[in-house]
Design a protein around this ligand. Structure first.
Ligand SMILES: [Fe+2]
Length: 176
């Protein structure tokens, strides 16, 4: 059996450099990692993969080295897949957009018709932590979505996504 590739934060930081992530995205990713670990530290009852959460948060936007569109999640996943990184990391990239995208949403934004929903706690924590950061500024979910509403309008897709991320937040906070 192929051994699972374990990567640590140093490795993730090197990858961010190799893929020439813009400074603002790197800074954002470090901030998301900090929040994600802080959320994880409050969860007492369940075993979590803290390394996966940290490395996943650091690399969740690696696809922004290629594009800033809705497809940056998938593009990030492709990069990691191409270089043989574990599927858990690929999934974190693919599922962090908004509150995750179901296949209807995916089609609407021009992605392959497939669910990109955070399912594991690690995926949900990174997705949620990302919603608490607007660039490098810590915000509430309401504030985060307000910016998107201003940019794209109060679309069904955004409203659905906000409901989904709020549900994820509740689910995670139940574990505190
Ligand atoms: Fe992102």
């Amino acid at each position: 059996m192929k051994e699972k590739m374990i990567i640590d934060r140093k490795h993730a930081i090197v990858l961010m450099r190799i893929f020439k992530l813009p400074f603002s995205v790197k800074y954002h990713s470090h901030a998301v990692a900090k929040i994600a670990l802080s959320i994880a530290s409050k969860i007492k009852e369940t075993e979590l993969d803290l390394n996966l959460i940290e490395v996943g948060a650091l690399l969740h936007d690696i696809g922004r080295s290629q594009t800033h569109g809705f497809n940056h999640g998938i593009e990030g996943g492709k990069i990691l897949k191409k270089y043989g990184y574990p599927n858990e990391l690929v999934r974190i990239c693919e599922t962090h957009i908004l509150g995750g995208l179901d296949k209807v949403d995916a089609k609407k934004v021009g992605l392959p018709e497939k669910d990109y929903l955070p399912l594991t706690l690690e995926e949900k924590i990174v997705c949620l932590a990302d919603k608490y950061m607007k660039g490098t500024k810590e915000v509430t979910i309401e504030e985060r979505f307000r910016t998107w509403f201003l940019k794209y309008g109060r679309t069904e897709l955004l409203l659905k996504s906000r409901r989904r991320i709020k549900k994820i937040k509740e689910e995670i906070e139940m574990l505190y």
